[in-house]
Design a protein around this ligand. Sequence first.
Ligand code: ZN
Ligand code: ZN
Length: 384
Amino acid sequence: MQFILGLISILIAEVVRDIYHIAGHYWQPIKQFHLLHHKAYRRDFSIANMEIYQKSQLYNDVPEALCMVGLTAVMAVVTQNPGMWMGCIYSCAFLIPAFLRSQGKLLATDLSHKPGDLEGIPALWRVNRTYHWRHHFDETNAYYAGHFTSVDRLIGTSLALKGKVVAVTGASGALGSALITELIKQGAKVTAITTNPAAEFAPEVTVLGWQLGLEAELLTSLRSVDILVVNHGINVYGDRSVAATYDSFEVNTFSALRLAELFLSTVTKSSDRATKELWVNTSEAEVNPAFSPLYELSKRTLGDLVTLRRLDAPCIIRKLVLGPFKSQLNPSGVMSAEWVAGAIIFLAKRDFRNIIVTINPLTYLLFPIKEFFQSLYFRLFTKN
Ligand SMILES: [Zn+2]
Ligand SMILES: [Zn+2]
């Protein structure tokens, strides 16, 4: 019991850290000191100016840790629970190094600002360097979390779309159009990738035509794309001809895969690991019947191949696992494409890597289990 209370007090300390940080961006009295923190580093997290760095430690990091120490100590005294002191001791482990860094000592303890190229992709639950890099150099009004990502996930600042170049395939379909509208609302610069020459888009949308099998022609354009949403697909319904089989796999699986790989090949710079993302609409058919066997088979294969690819992902790869929504492919869909698009963005901004939007409760249960075991199986029986 005391141990659990101790963990809760650590969590409280971390929430205090994040609130102090957010206040540093919005509350004038401490804003000037927090700005020192942002001025202290170059894009590779090397120290730009030692004097500013030491000042930022003394006037930003030390008071931040003092707030953590103070509040957890008050809570331990008020609740009279010895376990609650754990959060206070934990906070001291940040206060002391911050003070020493302000004196120019123990600089290596500044782990989330370790200089050098970004190595991993942004972590999901604990803030790593790539995660925090985005707060400094992608969007300073997002990615506030200091240690656990929970506060960002709660307030929807785990992904900033403002100013990002987002390209969407299947752009003239119901979901494609709804996503484009939603992304524009979020301040993204949208590119519509479409095979339909007659499709019309809002004036601010850049339109890019492509043809099945000629995905490689999009390479140059994809280099400047931050987020690619692979969203195109066909549904042959009850057709079980050989041609329908090939068409389903060619469009739903292989062209999606070719585009995905093409995009992943553009993740070359250190910063690309932090800012680029691939989203793939694999559909709820991954785990549930769609009453269209070839649609299911081709989408399931795509879903599994994305799971396999995620093992060596050079950037974040999200799956869109969507239930039936009203579209040309599915006129009897229950949800509206606009609602689904809104929900996708809501969940992406909370860093859901598997974005499930459906009215079928089974999917929420089955999909994570399937994804976990499939990923484990692939990890055990394949190698890079
Ligand atoms: Zn900041
Ligand atoms: Zn920082």
